[in-house]
Design a protein around this ligand. Sequence first.
Ligand SMILES: [Fe+2]
Ligand SMILES: [Fe+2]
Length: 279
Amino acid sequence: MSTTATVNPAPSASFPVRRMDFSFAETKKYWWSDDPFMSHFMNNLSSLFPYGEKFFVDSVRAIRDRITDPQLKKDISAFIGQEAMHSKEHATYNDYAAEHGIDLERLELRIKVLLEWVTRIFTKKQCLAATCALEHFTATMAEQLLKREDLTTQIDDPKMYQLWMWHAIEENEHKAVCYDAYQAIGGGYFIRVITMMLTTVIFLGVIGWFQIHLLRKDGQLFNWRAWKRGLTTLFSPRNGFFTRLIGPYLDYYRPGFHPFDHETKALEKDWRQRLGFNN
Ligand SMILES: [Fe+2]
Ligand SMILES: [Fe+2]
């Protein structure tokens, strides 16, 4: 377990910023149930975070001076604190990857280039809409991790377990902040859903590309057994990770949708206790 300290950026933000300091020096290469496909799938997701979460922070920072609601302003500060910490810890994840010859840094830099391009050509409101879309992905994926013991018990490494579950709790704690900010600056339904469609295509395209890249570089591209197991975990009709995201994903297209419609407070509380957080 890592040591944690809590820093409250504003006296009454709705959630805290937890300072974490992980080390993955002891983490073995295939830390997800000795499975190359799923270990690389999680490595794949991790490679998106350092610059992805910087993009979220920059998007909300860019419109922060237009927010007047005091509670939302405090929650934006806490959101920035949480995402900055996620970004930092997922950059540390590189140490584990580099130790095993997995070049996540190169993938991270591709995300950096992509998001710099997005920031250049889209308006501040559109960038915030893209952040809302990606925050919906992270919150719903995180919610599933918090609920799926059948998946999380496959994580063999205690540091990885704590990193992913800590991140999953916080994605749900702050899931409404960007959405509320988007609405507060007059963001409407049309831009929200069009941006979600575009973001979905890019997000899934990048994940597919990175997954093949990681497996190929690791000499696992033709490991059909790993493919079969991984694709079953992600897409099996009854219990696939992505299969079970379809309903929550589609809910985003409902006019009047709000992230808190997906109630996770009790789940977050349960997991805070399980990880030994005091708030
Ligand atoms: Fe995050
Ligand atoms: Fe987030």
